[in-house]
Design a protein around this ligand. Sequence first.
Ligand code: SF4
Length: 348
Amino acid sequence: MEQDYQKIISKPLLKWWKAHGRKDLPWQKNSSIYKTWISEIMLQQTQVITAIDYFERFIIRFPNLKTLAEANMDDVLFLWSGLGYYSRARNLHTSANIIKNDFRGRFPRDLEALISLPGIGPSTAGAILSLSNIEPRPILDGNVKRVLARFFGIHGHYSESGVNKKLWELSTLITPKEDFANYTQAIMDLGATVCLPRNPNCRSCPCNTDCFAYQKDLSHILPTKKISKKKKTIAEYFLIIRFEDESFILEKRHNQGIWGGLWSLPQVNTKEDPLKWCKNVFNNSLIGTKKLEVIRHSFSHYHLEMHPIEIHLRGHYKNLNNQMKSFNRNNIHKLGLPAPIKIIINSL
Ligand code: SF4
């Protein structure tokens, strides 16, 4: 069976990759296990085209594990600003410190040790080991799941444990024992460039002869879509508290939850009174308020309706703690700010 799978999918994929695969991505140049790790974390939830610039900036600032481990978390989050899913950046920084302290600064090269690090699951660990030519390990990221579900005709959504288990079994069976680094890149590239979520380019696919979905004309049905629940909408005031000296307030968010560890505008639910909140925090008297245009931002589980409101106060704010500080336009450039907050600040 394994032999057959190699013949019908792994070998044609490798041949295709040698002619058409991606070979000059920034993390493939002078590659190292460190670069592969950073790129694999960035590519979770992010497309290659978006990740490239972020990766290049990140590697210039943190060229190796030591520089990343010794960095300030704010500097790491600053370079991640706009990429979203900020727990990835926090986990990179935490993992770099774990490797520095518990692995004597040497990047782990076995599956178990890799999975013990925050932010690294079985697929990312498999990708790191295979792409770094250490040992053949199966991977199962979103692109690979789609290719396998179509090629083998697996019905049912990935969130069903039986489906996920089956896909892991298949991924394990088709991962070759040799040339596995190129094969891993090949199956990722096929999912990202040919076996696309919508309108896969089956005619130019090297595996179309034996692909279940193509032969049965089911590529629009497979993989089985998840029945999506309607996302709820949360409405919040985002307070732009401005003082007479042109400074404004930013608040550092807790590490957990959305925008964790980033600097943001103070937030109050729209059912509450933002002026009352302000009065409780600041002694300065009010000059006036102004509502700005509403911004909608979507997260994986909900929509956020952002109601920015400028609140002008007399005097200035004396920083009392590290969580809430006053800034001005000139000293926010190195802060990790969520993309919609940057838009609001830039509109002032
Ligand atoms: S033939 Fe089409 S559906 Fe099948 S693996 Fe190739 S691109 Fe995907």
